[in-house]
Design a protein around this ligand. Structure first.
Ligand SMILES: NC(=O)c1ccc[n+]([C@@H]2O[C@H](COP(=O)([O-])OP(=O)(O)OC[C@H]3O[C@@H](n4cnc5c(N)ncnc54)[C@H](OP(=O)(O)O)[C@@H]3O)[C@@H](O)[C@H]2O)c1
Length: 319
């Protein structure tokens, strides 16, 4: 089958280690099944993998990709929950949590094997291309907003780095839930786009926000951390899921303790969270923001766009 793999690590130039070619089909395992991938989507995680973060050399070549929508063995359309081992299903209770493409081959392929438990039924009116955006970036944003930050309609939220996959998801989901969403972005075009997606305010990266917010959705890291801590109200929450720009910010500890700010980490979400997100999308009619779509054979173009930070929303990959 055709698949996109990390062939070697390349910390400074992630595209150098990307290969697209024939790989063996997945082997059947007990309590696992195989999904024929109809659409997958790229995440910053794929760039980290190409740089060698979270993988060991002896695991190469590793098929990339953490999320997919496709057709199950019984012909049903499904969404793939990409977290393996968190609850023991299909791997045993002692296996530590990994994401697809970290221990088991990922979704940038014609076929992907996953525990049967990890399949979520897909509603008829959600196309594969849109569904494939949900299991990583959208799931994480959903859990950050409504789980970790515990936001309620009318609350204020700041979303850092408006163009990203997690960020566009947080804008759309937050606006649909009645939150007052403020965004930052380095790009005037992406600030405009965020307003069109439902944000109430858009400011340049690092600029003062109109009002202090109840929570911050932080995925950028070093470049925005101090601004996140300055922008949240006393007693508010900074929810962090990533550090795209680096992991060595000034921690702003004085502000954290003086203003009694809560810092909460999030990684992905549970299968039940993903099922709830699918219901949210079905009920509200909101849809993932798709930047572009590329065939699997030309996935390099999509990865290059992601690496250059040119996208607004998700880049979909079609096997
Ligand atoms: N913990 C989890 O489960 C989880 C899940 C999903 C993602 N993540 C992590 O979260 C991060 C975002 O993921 P993603 O897939 O949404 O990535 P993405 O689509 O590549 O978005 C990254 C965004 O960050 C902003 N950014 C990047 N460098 C910046 C800089 N130097 N200064 C200011 N802004 C900068 C950009 O926004 P603008 O250009 O608009 O400013 C960019 O669009 C990644 O680090 C990823 O690994 C973690």
């Amino acid at each position: 089958m055709l698949a996109a793999t990390v062939a070697r690590f390349s910390p400074d130039s992630p595209l150098d280690g990307l290969e697209v070619g024939e790989r063996p089909e997945p082997e059947p395992r007990e309590n696992w099944t195989t999904v024929r991938v109809r659409a997958a989507s790229l995440n910053h995680h794929d760039l980290w993998s190409l740089r060698g973060v979270g993988l060991r050399a002896e695991q190469l070549p590793m098929i990339l990709g953490t999320d997919a929508a496709g057709v199950a063995a019984d012909g049903a359309p499904v969404l793939v929950h990409g977290v393996i081992g968190a609850d023991g299903h299909g791997v045993g209770p002692d296996e530590r949590r990994t994401l697809l493409s970290e221990k088991y081959p990922g979704t940038l392929a014609e076929l992907v094997a996953v525990p049967i438990h990890n399949l979520v039924p897909l509603p008829d009116d959600l196309p594969f291309e849109e569904a494939a955006c949900l299991p990583t970036a959208w799931l994480t944003a959903y859990r950050m907003l409504f789980g970790a930050a515990g936001l309620a309609p009318g609350d204020r939220v700041l979303v850092q780095g408006a163009g990203g996959g997690v960020a566009t998801a947080a804008i759309v989901l937050g606006a649909a839930a009645g939150l007052e969403v403020t965004v930052t972005s380095r790009s005037a075009e992406r600030r405009e786009r965020a307003l069109a997606l439902g944000a109430a305010h858009a400011v340049e990266t690092g600029a003062r926000v109109p009002d202090r917010v109840d929570a911050v959705i932080e995925s950028v890291g070093q470049a925005t951390w101090a601004h996140s801590v300055r922008s949240v109200r006393p007693g508010g929450t900074v929810v962090v899921c990533g550090a795209t720009s680096g992991d060595a910010p000034p921690a702003e500890l004085s502000r954290v303790f003086f203003n009694e700010i809560r810092v909460q980490g999030v990684t992905m979400g549970s299968r039940d969270d993903l099922a709830a997100l699918v219901r949210f999308v079905a009920r509200t009619g909101v849809r993932p923001v798709i930047d572009s779509a590329v065939p699997l054979a030309r996935v390099r173009d999509g990865v290059a766009r992601l690496a250059a930070g040119e996208q607004t929303g998700k880049i979909v990959v079609l096997p």
